[in-house]
Ligand binder design. Sequence first.
Ligand code: RP5
Length: 172
Amino acid sequence: MKKHVLAIIMGSDSDLAVMSDAARLLDEFHISYEITVVSAHRTPLRMVSYARNAEMKGMRVIIAGAGGAAHLPGMVASLSTLPVIGVPIKTRTLDGIDSLLSIIQMPLGIPVATVAINSAGNAALLALRILALSDSQLQEKLARYQKRMNAMVRKKAAKLKRVGYQSYLKST
Ligand code: RP5
């Protein structure tokens, strides 16, 4: 069986559309991951066994998305010593502020690195940076990724200068 080095977990399949941004980025970087639903509230015992076994299975980082009373990232971090990156999911009632505050305000001792609301892509990039500490090829790939972004922004700035803001807006 193929060993996954990263886990993408989420409290519900309703989080999948957001969390798939992380999966897409990891695909782009050819990093193996497991993606699944683990609910802190609806499947607490599954959450305990998932978090307890993750390191033994070869996982290096866990990305955990949750919305509302979002206990999943903190609970998983409390059950393991792996780095956990929390993704607050935007909610219909409170716009994800509930998720953000639930995930980010961890007490001393159990850290969760929290990204912006719905920012699963940045969670993946942060996880890649952690892996890259012991993988120079991955570090080079990340540097190339940043160079491509840099070039894209410079190209846009040059176009804006060339055509002016009105034509630019019409062309986008
Ligand atoms: C959380 O409750 C999940 O992470 C999800 O964001 C939220 C709502 O879940 P569903 O009612 O859509 O399944 O546990």
